[in-house]
Design a protein around this ligand. Sequence first.
Ligand code: EPU
Length: 415
Amino acid sequence: MKQIFIRGGIPLKGQVRIQGSKNASLPILAATLMTKGIQEIKNCPKIADVFHMLDLLRSQGVKAHWKGRSLFLDTYHLLPAPMIGKEQESMRASIFLAGAMLSRFGQIDMSYPGGCVIGERPVNWHIYHLHKMGAIFCEDGERLIAKCENLVACDHVLEFPSVGVTENLIMAAVLAKGTTTITNYAREPEIEVLCEFLQAAGAHILVTEAKISIEGVTSLGSASISLPGDRIVAGTYALACVATKGNVLLEGAPVEHMESVIKVLRDLGACVFCSEEGIYLSANERTKAIDCIETAVYPGFPTDLQSPLLAVLATADGKSGIREMIFSNRFRIVEDIKRMGAEVELVDNMALVEGVEYLEGATVRAAELRGGAALVIAGLMAKGVTYIENYGFIYRGYENICRDLTELGARIFGE
Ligand code: EPU
């Protein structure tokens, strides 16, 4: 599938199952490299980033197979090898492999991690903190190569509660000698899921309000984990429902992880009901503008939903403002959505949106994962036909956005 075709203007109706969480699956997949046994990951999303990560794991000897939505990984016979291939360059999450590989094999040799082009995404903090635990890095500009005898526990105070750094250090510490602590750690729910998986495999991790403490163990065995629904996919479909004045049930949406998103949905004018089944949402009137909203670390409003929200605000009743606080270049949809008729002005890290009556279909181009999903929302509410090129970016995080939205009655297909 290369492009998406949408005929807009149809309210979404019905129910759809929310796929498992991408950002919970990727660190757990990396963590399997530290285990010896059979790992089961239930509700694992079938998305490009997971397939890329699996290719990297296979290059280290992991055997993987799917049974429905469960992924089984045999990690009995691993053999560390340089990681060659395009996978790491296209995926930021490959940096997690550094903590896992150093911790288990004392070495890593990989390309620099890539990922969506959403601004500067350096790995300086990862390197700094892994170095503190004894890893020696040799950077030649193209590859990230590091070695260590054994990683040694230490106390880390993070300069910023980075999701990736927190996850990487947890992995590095699990097989390190001694007790590691991490303060100012990230609170995103995906970190709790990673800890649950590692604990099930035999790790000693204690999470308190103040810090994460990890007492190193000598080996990890088999484990099984069930991933929660993807809070960003659920948020994307909820915003699509508001945009089209729809009525939907998002089955398996992780309600407990979506407080800030649910508040915004209500501020936009939607009626939202939460139950064990998921989130039920109904929107009938013109979307309300939001004066000023800022993205923030969890439990704040997630940066990953900033572009989808911007698309919805494009036709809201009045002026809105969104300030991006996490990534430096995450307004990449602005030029495309303006070509669809939106009125958006960028001032520093803030997008000022003057709501218009309607958007018009156009040919647009996804430039990154969440921006691509935002263009899908714009296409769903626009008059006429929208073509979105570069579907590949969206497939990195959404199993099959066309299938899901078709289930909700949208006229959307990929080719
Ligand atoms: N940062 C540094 N140096 C570092 C690491 C991070 O300066 O060594 C900066 C980043 O450039 C950014 C900020 O710290 O400005 C926060 O980055 P963080 O490390 O928290 O993000 P991440 O681990 O790279 C994960 C998700 C992202 C999500 C962010 C924030 C995964 C695989 N990725 O990225 O997800 O946006 O946390 O919540 O878990 C997405 O799903 O679309 C996505 C980009």
